[in-house]
Each structure stands twice: as structure tokens, then as C-alpha cells.
Design a protein around this ligand. Sequence first.
Ligand SMILES: [Zn+2]
Length: 146
Amino acid sequence: MNVELPILLDVANTLKQYDINQQSTSYKKILNTIDHRIFELCDHHIIEDCIDTDVDNCCNIRYCTECLLTIDIQFVFSYLHHSLKSVDTTHWTLYYNNDSYSIQRYWVQNNKICFSIILKNKHDILYFDVNNITRIQCDSGNVIIL
Ligand SMILES: [Zn+2]
């Protein structure tokens, strides 16, 4: 097993004990950074669950039973944003299905991560439903979707 992951899970678990309403912006940033790294390292086992929002309503969430991260569109988008913001846009590359594409922009629409890309000098848009993405890795501007 990866040695980094259990340490980070431990740290995240400790940090999450502090009341979320009391957490400063910097504190949340640290926690987010740790969660993003956990997201990269964990060999996720994702299940869907229904959590009660009040007496009559519940909402579906997808979370990993190993790292306990809730993996929704906001989380995946924040992970992407966190990884790409420090890299010049000219280096953004998407690797998917044995192809690589130059990424122009990315955004969220209808629970999908959308990439505006260039393929053979033509613009195109690739959509990924967050519920179908099993793995997304981002490093030095390279976005790898499996
Ligand atoms: Zn996980």
C-alpha cells in the first residue's frame, strides 16, 4: 500500500474534526489540498448513497468507502482547477482514449465536465459525466481521464 495515503487520511481526519463553521479560508485551503492529493492516491471504491436532507427528502451522493471523499462535480472541478491554475494554458493537455488533445477551456454543465479542445486543427468539445469517470489525474497541466 502507498505510504503517503494513510498519513494524509490521518491528517485530513484530524483537520475535519474542527467545526467547519469555525474554519478560516486558509484552513479550508489546506484541507482542500490534502483532499485533492488523497483523491489522486486512493484506489477508490465508490458507492452511491442516499443521505437525508430533512424528514421527507434525501439526496444521492457518491463517495469512496476507502478515503470517504464525496466525489461530486464540485469536487472534481475544484481538483481540476486547483491543478491547472498554476500551469500556463498552452500546456493544458487532455489524455483520453489513447489520444491527446490541447485543452482551450474547461467548465461544468449539467453535471458534466466539459473540455473545449483542438483535434487536428478543429475545435471540438468533450463531455465527461462525473458519474462515469472512474479516474481522473492531473499533473503539470496533463489531464488524464481513464
Ligand atoms: Zn477513495
